[in-house]
Design a binder for this molecule. Structure first.
Ligand code: AHG
Ligand code: MN
Ligand code: MN
Ligand code: MN
Length: 325
């Protein structure tokens, strides 16, 4: 039985990366324990203020953020942190070699209904070691990530992690407190008949995305010649996990619903880490036409349309969008 500790020691992993992954995943155990208590831990409901995203913060958004922030501030390898729940990047240790970005609690609308939520994390190199970090230090391409992963707090707590070429999956053993490896090389099937999208936004999508979804709904009577099934967890971590387990397509497309018009998901701590996982598992990840990991960031909270999952399906969506250009 290989634990996360064994795995980190066994690989030729940069000790600093290993250390911050251990810090984040240890806090993941504490978040999982709080979620197990649920209402009894007084962690449900609103925190009473809005975050920089314009969202009503949940108590657990704030609590998870503070737990990760406090723990990483103690880790000498961490130079600074960027979080969905913090307006700006927060300095940690100026001599640290790494920057850590996270969505502390993904799927907040699921917290109060006891549905799956997660934590998404990303590790970038810090190029100005010795100086205090600034937001701009985080604006690096997704392909520069040194590590990325998520914790899924579901019926069991699972960790998906990529450091070098592979995606490795672990399950938290509640008895030992160890993350035990359950898949040493996750691979996604190139084709799928399962897709995930919030269809209530149909009227806000661009024409090619409307066409794509119309084709899926037409099933075997339409141009795709087969029936499709749909799932929507309302937590990106849950939808991405399903795709890593059995393939599929997930999209939160460009829409005209939000003032920022790019779609809902954030590049730096949702789209980039998830895209690294999906690509390394053999899938595709685009903003509908270009590779997400090649997008040049301009703001730590910028949003981006996301189409990711089974490679051939992501390519098909890209073809439809290019035909409309
Ligand atoms: P977060 O809870 O971290 O703000 O992220 C929620 C995101 C993502 O996890 C999920 O796929 C999407 O929002 C769900 O959006 P809808 O509520 O519009 O379905
Ligand atoms: Mn999120
Ligand atoms: Mn969140
Ligand atoms: Mn949020």
């Amino acid at each position: 039985m290989t634990t996360l500790t064994h795995y980190l020691q066994s690989q030729e992993i940069y000790p600093a990366v290993s250390s911050v992954i251990t810090t984040v995943t240890d806090i993941g155990k504490d978040i999982a324990a709080l979620l197990k208590k649920g209402a009894l831990a007084d962690i449900l409901g609103e925190a009473g203020n809005q975050n920089v995203q314009g969202e009503e913060q949940k108590k657990l958004d704030v609590l998870a953020n503070d737990m990760l922030l406090d723990a990483l501030a103690q880790n000498t390898h961490c130079a600074g942190v960027a979080s969905e729940e913090l307006d700006h990047a927060t300095p940690a240790n100026n001599d640290g070699e790494l920057l850590v970005l996270f969505d502390p609690l993904d799927g907040s609308s699921n917290i109060d209904i006891n549905m799956a939520v997660g934590t998404i994390f990303s590790v970038l190199p810090y190029e100005r070691q010795g100086e205090q970090i600034e937001d701009t230090d985080f604006l690096q391409h997704g392909h520069k990530q040194l590590a990325a992963g998520y914790l899924l707090y579901g019926t069991s707590t699972m960790l998906a992690l990529t450091i070098d070429s592979d995606v490795v999956m672990f399950s938290l053993d509640p008895d030992s407190g160890d993350y035990v490896m359950v898949n040493e090389r996750v691979q996604i099937a190139a084709d799928t008949s399962e897709y995930a999208i919030n269809s209530s936004n149909y009227r806000y999508w661009l024409a090619p995305m409307q066409q794509y979804i119309d084709e899926l709904i037409a099933g075997e009577t339409g141009v795709r010649g087969r029936d499709f099934n749909t799932r929507w967890v309302a937590a990106m971590v849950g939808d991405v996990h399903r795709i890593l387990c059995r393939g599929g397509l997930f999209t939160y497309p460009f829409d005209t619903k939000y003032a920022h018009k790019a779609g809902k998901l954030r590049l730096m701590y949702e789209a980039n880490p998830m895209s690294l996982l999906i690509e390394r598992a053999g899938g595709g990840a685009t903003d509908a036409t270009q590779r997400i990991l090649d997008i040049t960031p301009t703001d730590i909270h910028q949003r981006v349309p996301v189409v990711l999952g089974s490679k051939n399906e992501v390519e098909y969506v890209k073809t439809l969008h290019l035909q409309h250009q």
